[in-house]
Design a binder for this molecule. Structure first.
Ligand code: SF4
Length: 53
């Protein structure tokens, strides 16, 4: 049975760590970062644990 971490909601099903059957991550923990030096909006942030399928 696949792992479902209900503390990490995620809709990025292109990620290898996505729990295919529901909108959650399967990892125990993730790392979130920013690709701007002074992030001011949501689009400035990224899930750094993302791994393409
Ligand atoms: S690693 Fe990040 S992008 Fe991938 S499923 Fe988990 S939360 Fe979503």
């Amino acid at each position: 049975m696949e792992n479902i971490n209900r503390s990490i909601r995620c809709s990025v099903d292109e990620c290898v760590h996505h729990c295919r059957t529901c909108d959650y991550c399967s990892l125990d923990k993730i790392c979130v970062g920013a690709h701007e030096s002074h992030p001011s909006e949501k689009p400035c942030t990224d899930c750094l644990s993302f791994l393409s399928k």
